[in-house]
Design a protein around this ligand. Structure first.
Ligand code: DAH
Length: 386
């Protein structure tokens, strides 16, 4: 006699379990009898058709009819049966097509079954109940550093900048020489890094190293594209720094470069002032403080008014009211000389460049006091940014 969905009179847990067991027994029995595609379609429709399929019937006869006090218990079972029936129907089909089936039950991944008999044996094993929901895999989220990096990039994209990237393994030429750090110049000491070994036979300019900043991509970009250019470069960089609360041997930067005719320091100020307001809020003010970088002249450090205390002085800004955020300056004519043949005549074009540390900005934005937290992969830390 074909199974029919009974009306329920008794809503006790024991009676519900019994009704569920009977339904499952019928499900497996009917699945056993499915031997070809047409029968499978009948089987699927009998159990899953929206209109009067068995799942629809249990929804009406069991769940909708249940008194308020029993809805929770009945609902949980009905939901489990929905998943269970769907996976049996699906497995029966896949196995008929010779596609091995893997499924989870009670959080256990069941090995691939090759045929319906072995699938059925696994699925009806009393310790494995495939009608129970599997484990919910938590959704990942953007890492806070990547999130900030994307925010910075989108501020500049909105101003018409393109995005470029470059290699993390660089030559001495791109990382230092073409950026106006001559061999043995003391400015190189502030950016010590790992050199690939066994390169003594190569000329110094060809020796490979892990890039210490994203600035080499300025040169790569100018070699590929004649002026005018406006580009931002997000990326990973390396330094021979010992890890502590504010240093990490690997971190991230966003570089920027704009070159055209008649670019002035005013353009640099206006651009970065706008970017800082977009990132930290429209009430921050910027200040440009004289500094030094070999590849810019003049060079400046950009500081913003402390967004925490508004400039009055607090722990975050070390009582100064100002927070230092990035380096920038007007592209040094010596840098253009390295790409002169690509259309960069230092007499005709001018430009500005800037570079910022993404971890530092992220730490300031979210009040994080230890850079190492970014790299430990502790979900309790990371999920706060989801
Ligand atoms: N490359 C510099 C660093 O890592 C940051 C920087 C400063 C980049 C000034 C620039 C710039 O483009 O103009 O310390």
């Amino acid at each position: 006699m074909a199974y029919t969905v009974p009306k329920l009179e008794d809503y006790s847990a024991a009676a519900l379990d019994k009704a569920v067991e009977e339904l499952k027994a019928a499900l497996y029995q009917e699945a056993d009898a499915v031997s070809n595609e047409n029968k499978w379609k009948e089987f699927r429709d009998r159990w899953m058709a929206r209109k009067n399929g068995i799942l629809t019937q249990i929804n009406d006869l069991w769940l909708k009819a249940a008194p308020g006090s029993a809805k929770r218990e009945v609902g949980a079972r009905v939901n489990q049966l929905k998943t269970g029936v769907a996976s049996i129907v699906e497995a029966k089909h896949a196995l008929a097509l010779n596609a091995p089936v893997t499924f989870t039950s009670q959080g256990i991944e069941i090995p691939r079954a090759k045929d319906w008999e072995s699938f059925r044996k696994l699925a009806t094993d009393p310790v494995l109940d495939i009608t129970l929901p599997g484990i919910r895999r938590p959704l990942g989220a953007e890492h806070p550093v990547i999130k900030t990096m994307n925010e910075i990039v989108s501020v500049f994209r909105a101003m018409g900048y393109s995005v470029a990237d470059g290699p993390e393994i660089e030559t001495d030429y791109y990382n230092f020489e073409s950026l106006n750090f001559p061999p043995n110049h003391p400015a190189r000491d502030t950016q010590d890094t790992i050199f690939i070994s066994g390169q003594e036979k190569k000329q110094q300019r060809d020796r490979l190293l892990l890039r210490t900043h994203t600035s080499p991509v300025q040169i790569h970009t100018m070699e590929k594209h004649p002026p005018p250019i406006r580009v931002v470069v997000p990326g990973k960089v390396h330094r021979a720094d010992t890890a502590d609360a504010t240093h990490s041997p690997i971190f991230h930067q966003v570089e920027g470069l704009a070159v055209d005719t008649n670019i002035t320091f005013c353009d640099l100020k206006g651009t970065l002032d706008h970017a800082m307001k977009a990132l930290f809020g429209s009430s921050v003010k910027t200040r440009f403080y004289p500094s030094f970088f070999p590849f810019t002249e003049p060079s400046a450090d950009v500081q913003i008014t402390c967004f925490k205390c508004g400039g009055k002085g607090c722990r975050l800004c070390k009582m100064s009211g100002w927070i230092e955020l990035l380096g920038c300056g007007m592209v040094d004519p010596n840098v253009f000389n390295f790409v002169e043949s690509n259309g960069y005549d230092a007499e005709k074009v001018s430009g500005f460049a800037f570079g910022m540390g993404v971890e530092r900005i992220t730490m300031l934005k979210y009040g994080i006091d230890d850079i190492q937290l970014f790299y430990q992969g502790d979900v309790r830390f990371l999920e706060q940014f989801a």
